[in-house]
Design a protein around this ligand. Structure first.
Ligand SMILES: [Zn+2]
Length: 131
């Protein structure tokens, strides 16, 4: 945690371990991960490229939030790779949320951290049910 803020760097050890274990378990390639530390934010943000070029995490200062965002982006990575040929792996689908919550459970994310994701998951299920 001594590297300068803002510069892209490899993910920290704990994150690299989770990425490695998760990709092995779900049989998807190990993504290129660009890790930045936010200069100003407590919360983290992330982005997963639909063309499978990799994942970018901008890490805030709250560590539990870094984990949540990393797992969220890994769930995108898994679903994108599953549906690569049909390009149907985009977005926050019910399948995406199932994978995401499997990862949250497997990595023992706290109920508090999960709560904001739960609302989004419920919305996706309601929308799917209406179709
Ligand atoms: Zn997302």
């Amino acid at each position: 945690m001594d590297t300068p803020r803002g510069y892209p760097q490899p993910p920290p050890g704990w994150a690299a371990q989770i990425i490695g274990e998760t990709c092995l378990k779900y049989r998807v390639p190990y993504p290129t991960v660009t890790w930045r530390r936010s200069k100003v934010n407590v919360t983290s943000s992330g982005n997963t490229k639909w063309n499978r070029s990799g994942i970018t995490i901008t890490a805030g200062t709250a560590e539990m939030d870094q984990l949540l965002v990393l797992l969220h982006e890994l769930a995108h990575w898994i679903v994108i790779n599953r549906h690569w040929r049909t390009r149907k792996g985009r977005g926050h689908t019910v399948e995406f949320w199932r994978v995401a919550f499997d990862l949250y459970e497997a990595n023992e994310l706290t109920e508090l951290a999960k709560s904001r994701e739960t609302r989004k998951y419920q919305k996706a299920r309601q929308e799917a049910a209406r179709r």
